[in-house]
Design a protein around this ligand. Structure first.
Ligand code: ADP
Ligand code: MG
Ligand code: MG
Length: 899
C-alpha cells in the first residue's frame, strides 16, 4: 500500500479508467488530454474510497498526496487555496463509475471564508459576486457536508428577498448577500453547535470525506442492490478549480448536446443562462435561452463551443452531453459524457454515425438495444385533437391508453364488461386491484415509483401504466381527481395516458400505429427515399443483426393469424404452439364428455369427436408456417380448467334440486369437479401426467398432428412438425409417451402412405428434468426450456400469486433488481439450464436446444441463451424483432443491458 497512487491529476487519466477515476473524472481527464479548456484539478480514486469504507478512515498517504496535487494545482493557477488576498477556489464533486442517485451533490466555491471573500471581491472587482459565491458555499456545504436541512437556507434567502420586496436572486446586492451569509452562518452554528469551518483545507477534506460517506447513503445502497452494482465499488472525488459563470453578463453557464437526444437530428441543442453558476441552468430559477442564442451573446465563445462539441463527438464517436461555463468570455468545459437519448434517437444516430464513417455496422448494432426497439413498436399518441395535458408522472409501463376514468377495481370490471374502455385511477394499487387492472386499458396512480405495485404488475401484464403522478389529487371516495391547474376529472371522463413518457391528458389523444410495426408488417418500404429516418435505421440495423446472429428466432403462436404475423416479423418457425385453446369454446362440451366418460368406449368416442377439430387447427398452422418447424406442445393444463367453476356449478345443482328437478348430467359433473379439485393445480395432474393418466388423450393429439402433416404434404406443402411433451420430470414418463407416439405415427404414415420428417422432444421445465437431462436426452430429439415453469419451480413461486402480492416489496428491498419472470435468473434457473444443455449434448450431440418461456423475448435473457449455446429462442410475435436484434448484439459482444 505504501506506494499506492491514490490521486491522479486530470492530465494523468483517460476515459477508459472509469472504474478507477469514476465516469466524471475519467472524462475530465480525457478532455484535458484532448487539449480542451478544462479547469485544472485532480481526482481521488475509487480505491481510496474503498479503503475509507473498509478502514473507517482515509489511507495514511492520502493526505500527503492530496497536498502534493493541491500544491501543483496552486502553482499552475498562480493562486493558493483560500488565500485571503487572491483565493484559489475549488469544487468537490463525486463521481462513481456508474452514475447513481443518492451520492453527494457537488460543493462549489470551497476555499472561501470571512477573509478570502474580501480577496475575491477585490480580485473580481465585484463585491456582489464574492458574497454570492460565499453564501452558495455555506448553503451547499451546510446541506450536503453538514447534513443540515436545506429548507432552512432556502427560507432564510427567501426572507431577505421578501424584505427587499423581490423574488429574484439577481435583485439582491452585495450588502443583502452579506446579510444572507450572516444568517446562513447562524443556521450552521445553530444546527451543528460549531462555526462554519474557516480553514480552506479543512473545508476541502470534510467535503472529500462526505463524498466517501455518501456511498453508503440509504438511497445509494438500495439503488445498487437493485442495479446489481457491487456495493464495494466506491466513488471517486474530483477536485476542480472554480470558474465563474456568475461574474456578470459576459459570463454564464450552460448544458448542450451534440445532437438532438430526442430525435437524433443534427443541430444545436442546449440551454444557456447568463450570469449564473452551476445548477442554476437546470434549476429553473430563471428562464434560460436556447443555446443558439449564445451566437449573438458571445460569438467567439459560441464558435469555440461548437468546435469543441464536434471534436468531442468525433472523439467519442457518439452523441455527447456537455456542461460548460463561460467566465468573462472564456469558455470552460466542466463535464462530458456519452449522452442519454430516446429510443428513436438511438437508432437514427447509430446509422448516421455509420454514414459519417465514425463507426461500422457491427458497432451500430451494439449501440441500440432490444428495449429501445420494443419502445418503438408501441402505438403512439400524435399531437392534434383537443385533449389538454394535465400532468406528467413516471413512465412505468409503455403504451398508449385511452379510456374513461374509473376509481375502483369493481367499477373497472363492471364498465369493461359493458364494453367501455376504462383507465383505472388510484392513489396506489394493491393486490385487490388486480381484476380492475386486467379489465382496464391502462393504470394511472399518483403515488409510488417504478417498483410500486402498479408498475410491477402492469409491466408483468404488458399493460400501459403511468405511476407517481404526484401533482394529481386523487380522491377515490368522491370518484374524482384534481390536476394542478384545478381541472377536476370525474368518473366517466375520458383521459389518455402515455406509459412511454408518463404524460396524462384530459380527453382523447389520437393514437397512430407505430411506423416501425407498419414496416415489419410489410406496409412501408424501408428503402424508399421518403421513408422516415427511424424506419430506415431500424431496417438497416436488423438486417445486419440477422447476418451476425447465431440464435434462430421462433415464435410462440397458437393460431394461423399469429403464425403469419410472426413470420412477417421474421420468425423462423414456431417454438411453442399450445393446444389448450383448441379445447375451449364449443369444444368444452367434448372435454366434459371425455372427463365424464364411463368406460373406454365413451372416452374413445369423445376423443374421436375432438380429433378432426384438432387436425383442422394444425393444418392451418402448418400452412402458415410451411417449410418452417412447428413445435406442438401436447395438452398441458389440468383438465378441470375446462370444466365449470365449482361454486357456480354447486349453486346450479342446488337450485335445480330445490325446484325438485335435479338433472343427472349436472350431478355427475359436480361430482367430477369435486373429485378433480386440487390445492396446487400448478403442481398437480397436468402435462405429461395427464398423458399417462387419461388413456388415449396424447395418442389422439399425435394422430391429429400426423394426419394434418400428411395432408399438407400430399397437397405439396412442407410441414415440419415437432411434437413436444410438457412437464416431464423423469425419463420414464417420456419413454412411455414416446412409445405410444411412435406407434401412432407409424400407423398414420402407413395408413396414409406418406411419411413426414419430424422430431419428438420434451420441455425442460421441472428442475428434476434439468438435473437428469442426460438420461432424458436418450428419449428426446430436442429440449425446449420452459423457463416460466422452471422459474416457478426453482424459486417455489406461484407467479400468479407472488407477482401481485409482494413482488413490488421484493424489488423495493432490492432482493432482486428485476423480476425473475421478466429476466432469467442466471445464477439459479440459468444454472439448471446450463446443466441440462451440457448433459443433454453429451448424451446426444445433435440434440436441438431452444427456449419457449417468455424469457425468449427478454434482451438480457437472450444474451444468456446465446452464451450457453442454444439453437433458438422463441417468443411472442411482437417480441420477435427484439429477439432478432438482441441475438445479433449477443453475437457481436454487445453489452447485455444498457440504454
Ligand atoms: P452533477 O454530477 O450533479 O452534474 P457536477 O459535479 O457536474 O454535478 O456539478 C454540479 C454543477 O456545478 C454543474 O452545473 C457543474 O457544471 C458545476 N460545476 C462543477 N464544478 C465546477 C467548477 N469547478 N467551476 C464551475 N462550475 C462547476
Ligand atoms: Mg454535472
Ligand atoms: Mg410449462
Amino acid at each position: 500500500m505504501a506506494d499506492t497512487k491514490w490521486v491522479y491529476d486530470f492530465s494523468e487519466g483517460s476515459k477508459d479508467q472509469k472504474d478507477l477515476l469514476g465516469g466524471k473524472g475519467a472524462n475530465l481527464a480525457e478532455m484535458t488530454n484532448l487539449g480542451l479548456p478544462v479547469p485544472p484539478g485532480f481526482t481521488i480514486t475509487t480505491d481510496a474510497c474503498r479503503y475509507y469504507l473498509e478502514h473507517g478512515g482515509t489511507p495514511p498517504e492520502l493526505d500527503a498526496q492530496v497536498s502534493e496535487h493541491l500544491a501543483a494545482l496552486e502553482k499552475a493557477m498562480g493562486k493558493t487555496l483560500g488565500d485571503p488576498a487572491d483565493p484559489l477556489l475549488v469544487s468537490v464533486r463525486s463521481g462513481a463509475a456508474a452514475s447513481m442517485p443518492g451520492m453527494m451533490e457537488t460543493v462549489l466555491n470551497v476555499g472561501l471564508n470571512d477573509e478570502s471573500v474580501q480577496g475575491l471581491a477585490a480580485q473580481s472587482g465585484s463585491e456582489r459576486f464574492a458574497w454570492d459565491s460565499y453564501r452558495r458555499l455555506i448553503q451547499m456545504f451546510g446541506k450536503t457536508v453538514l447534513d443540515i436541512d436545506g429548507d432552512l437556507f432556502e427560507h432564510a434567502l427567501d426572507e431577505v428577498k421578501a424584505e427587499q420586496g423581490t423574488d429574484l436572486d439577481l435583485d439582491l446586492d452585495a450588502e443583502h448577500l452579506e446579510d444572507v451569509v450572516g444568517r446562513f452562518k447562524a443556521i450552521v452554528k445553530d444546527a451543528t453547535g460549531e462555526d462554519f469551518p474557516q480553514d480552506p483545507r479543512e473545508q476541502m477534506d470534510m467535503a472529500i470525506n462526505a463524498v466517501f460517506d455518501s456511498w453508503n447513503s440509504d438511497r445509494a445502497i438500495i439503488y445498487r442492490r437493485r442495479e446489481r452494482i457491487p456495493s464495494d465499488a466506491g466513488t471517486a472525488v474530483n477536485v476542480c478549480s472554480m470558474v465563474f459563470g456568475n461574474l456578470g453578463t459576459d459570463s454564464g453557464t450552460g448544458v448542450a448536446f451534440t445532437r438532438d437526444p430526442g430525435s437524433g437530428a443534427q443541430g444545436v441543442y442546449g440551454d444557456y443562462l447568463q450570469n449564473a453558476q452551476g445548477e442554476d441552468v437546470v434549476a429553473g430559477i430563471r428562464n434560460t435561452v436556447p443555446l443558439g442564442d449564445l451566437e449573438d451573446i458571445d460569438r467567439e465563445a459560441y464558435d469555440e463551443l461548437m468546435a469543441t462539441m464536434s471534436r468531442l463527438e468525433s472523439h467519442y464517436r457518439d452523441l455527447c452531453d456537455i456542461e460548460f461555463t463561460i467566465e468573462r468570455n472564456k469558455l470552460w468545459m466542466l463535464q462530458t459524457r456519452v449522452g442519454k437519448r430516446t429510443a428513436a434517437a438511438a437508432f437514427v444516430i447509430a446509422t448516421q454515425l455509420v454514414d459519417e464513417g465514425l463507426i461500422d455496422m457491427d458497432e451500430a448494432v451494439r449501440r441500440v438495444t432490444g428495449d429501445q426497439l420494443a419502445q418503438l413498436m408501441f402505438p403512439r399518441f400524435i399531437s392534434g385533437g383537443d385533449a389538454t395535458q394535465l400532468t406528467q408522472g413516471m413512465n412505468a409501463s409503455p403504451g398508449a391508453a385511452v379510456g374513461k376514468a374509473v376509481f375502483s377495481s369493481e367499477e373497472a370490471v363492471t364498465w369493461a364488461q359493458r364494453g367501455e374502455d376504462v383507465v383505472l385511477v388510484r392513489r396506489e394499487t394493491n393486490p385487490d386491484d388486480l381484476s380492475g387492472m386486467i379489465a382496464a386499458q391502462g393504470v394511472l396512480t399518483s403515488r409510488g415509483g417504478k417498483t410500486s405495485h402498479a408498475a410491477v404488475v402492469a409491466r408483468g401484464m404488458g399493460k400501459t401504466c403511468v405511476c407517481g403522478a404526484e401533482e394529481l389529487q386523487v380522491d377515490t371516495k368522491a370518484k374524482k381527481f384534481t390536476a394542478p391547474d384545478g381541472t377536476v376529472v370525474s368518473e366517466g371522463d375520458v383521459i389518455s395516458i402515455d406509459g412511454s413518457t408518463g404524460r396524462v391528458w384530459l380527453g382523447e389523444v389520437p393514437v397512430e400505429p407505430s411506423a416501425v410495426v407498419r414496416y415489419f408488417e410489410g406496409e412501408i418500404d424501408p428503402e424508399a427515399e421518403d421513408t422516415e429516418a427511424i424506419v430506415r435505421s431500424v431496417h438497416r440495423i436488423l438486417v445486419h443483426a440477422d447476418q451476425k446472429r447465431q440464435l434462430a428466432v421462433r415464435t410462440n403462436a397458437d393460431t394461423p393469424e399469429d403464425s403469419a404475423r410472426a413470420r412477417r416479423f421474421g420468425a423462423q418457425g414456431i417454438g411453442l404452439c399450445r393446444t389448450e385453446h383448441m379445447f375451449l369454446g364449443d369444444r368444452r362440451k367434448l372435454v366434459e364428455k371425455l372427463i365424464l366418460a364411463d368406460g373406454d368406449d365413451e372416452r374413445q368416442a369423445a376423443l374421436d369427436a375432438l380429433e378432426p377439430l384438432q387436425k383442422q387447427d394444425f393444418l392451418e398452422i402448418f400452412e402458415a408456417m410451411d417449410g418452417l418447424p412447428v413445435t406442438v406442445r401436447l395438452l398441458d393444463p389440468p383438465l378441470h380448467e375446462f370444466l365449470p367453476d365449482l361454486t357456480e356449478l354447486s349453486v346450479r345443482v342446488a337450485l335445480a334440486e330445490e325446484r325438485g328437478e335435479p338433472d343427472e348430467g349436472s350431478l355427475r359433473l359436480l361430482a367430477a369437479v369435486r373429485g378433480m379439485h386440487e390445492s396446487n393445480p400448478m403442481l398437480g395432474l397436468r402435462g405429461v401426467r395427464l398423458g399417462l393418466v387419461v388413456p388415449g388423450l396424447f395418442a389422439m393429439q399425435v394422430r391429429a398432428i400426423a394426419e394434418a402433416a400428411c395432408e399438407r404434404k400430399k397437397a405439396g406443402g412442407n410441414p415440419r412438425p415437432e411434437i413436444m411433451i410438457p412437464l416431464v420430470g423423469a425419463v420414464q414418463e417420456l419413454e412411455a409417451i414416446r412409445e405410444v407416439s411412435v406407434r401412432v405415427l407409424n400407423e398414420v404414415f402407413e395408413q396414409e402412405g406418406c411419411e413426414v420428417d419430424g422430431l419428438l422432444g420434451t420441455m425442460i421445465e421441472v428442475p428434476r428434468a434439468a438435473l437428469t437431462a442426460g438420461e432424458i436426452a436418450g428419449s428426446a430429439e430436442f429440449f425446449s426450456f420452459g423457463t416460466n415453469d422452471l422459474t416457478q419451480m426453482t424459486w417455489g413461486f406461484s407467479r400468479d400469486d407472488v407477482e401481485a402480492a409482494f413482488f413490488h416489496q421484493y424489488l423495493d428491498k432490492g432482493i432482486f433488481g428485476i423480476s425473475p419472470f421478466e429476466s432469467l435468473d442466471r445464477e439459479g434457473v440459468g444454472r439448471l439450464v446450463e446443466i441440462a444443455v451440457q448433459q443433454g449434448r453429451e448424451a446426444r450431440p445433435d440434440l436441438k436446444l431452444g427456449v419457449c418461456g417468455e424469457h425468449g423475448g427478454d434482451p438480457d435473457s437472450v444474451h444468456f441463451f446465446h452464451e450457453v449455446g442454444l439453437d433458438y429462442v422463441s417468443c411472442s410475435p411482437f417480441r420477435v424483432p427484439v429477439a432478432r436484434l438482441e441475438a445479433g448484439r449477443a453475437a457481436l459482444g454487445g453489452e447485455r443491458a444498457g440504454s
